[in-house]
Design a protein around this ligand. Structure first.
Ligand code: IMP
Ligand code: MG
Length: 175
C-alpha cells in the first residue's frame, strides 16, 4: 500500500502562527524567564521555532513519554521514557507539545509536573484535535484547531517518518 501527504497547513501559515504565539508568550511572561518543557520527539520542531521567537529569557528541557507505536491508534498508556534533566520547582513552566489528541498524555503529564511545584504551569500546543478529546485538558496557547485526521510534519510522524516536513499534512493511503 502506498501513501501520499496532502498539505493541510502550509509552511508560511505555520510559521506566521508560531510568530504570533511567540509574541503572545513574550507579552505574557514579561519580566520573567520562561522554562520551555518539550515533549519529545514531536514537540521538538515546534519548540525550536517558538523559542527563536520569544524575546524574554528562555531555558529549555526535554522529556519523552510513550504514545503511539507504529500505528495511528492511541495505546492509552502513558509512560515516562526520559525525565527532565533539571527541576521545575519555582520555575515558570510552559509545556510545548505537537498535538493534543485524546488528551491522555497531557493530562497525565501536567498533573505530574504540577506535583513538582513549578511557580506556574501552562500548555502550548501547535495543533489541537478537540473532537478527539477523551480527557479534558486546559490548553493555554493553540496554534491551530484541526479536524479529526491523522497529520504529519513539523515534528509529527507516521511510523517515525515525515517529522521533517516543514508543513502540516494529512496522510492519505492510495489503493
Ligand atoms: P494524546 O492522544 O492527546 O495523548 O496524544 C498523544 C500523542 O499522539 C501526541 O503527542 C502525538 O505524538 C500523537 N498523535 C496524536 N495525533 C496524531 C496525529 O494526527 N499525527 C501524529 N501523531 C499524533
Ligand atoms: Mg507529542
Amino acid at each position: 500500500m502506498s501513501e501520499h501527504v496532502r498539505v493541510l497547513l502550509t509552511e508560511k501559515e505555520v510559521d506566521d502562527r508560531i510568530q504570533a504565539i511567540g509574541e503572545q508568550v513574550s507579552r505574557d511572561y514579561a519580566g520573567k524567564q520562561v522554562h520551555l518543557v518539550c515533549v519529545l520527539k514531536g514537540g521538538s520542531f515546534f519548540m525550536c521555532e517558538l523559542a527563536k521567537r520569544i524575546t524574554v529569557p528562555v531555558s529549555l528541557d526535554f522529556m519523552a513519554v510513550s504514545s503511539y507505536g507504529a500505528t495511528t491508534k492511541s495505546s492509552g498508556v502513558v509512560k515516562i521514557v526520559k525525565d527532565l534533566d533539571e527541576t521545575v520547582k519555582g520555575k515558570d513552566v510552559l509545556v510545548v507539545e505537537d498535538i493534543v489528541d485524546s488528551g491522555r498524555t497531557l493530562s497525565y503529564l501536567l498533573e505530574m509536573l504540577k506535583s513538582r511545584e513549578p511557580a506556574s504551569l501552562r500548555l502550548c500546543t501547535l495543533l489541537d484535535k478537540p473532537d478527539r478529546r477523551v480527557v479534558p485538558v486546559n490548553v493555554d496557547y493553540t496554534g491551530f484547531q484541526i479536524p479529526d485526521e491523522f497529520v504529519v510534519g513539523y515534528g509529527l510522524d507516521y511510523a517515525q517518518r515525515y517529522r521533517n516536513l516543514p508543513y502540516i499534512g494529512v496522510v492519505e493511503f492510495d489503493d
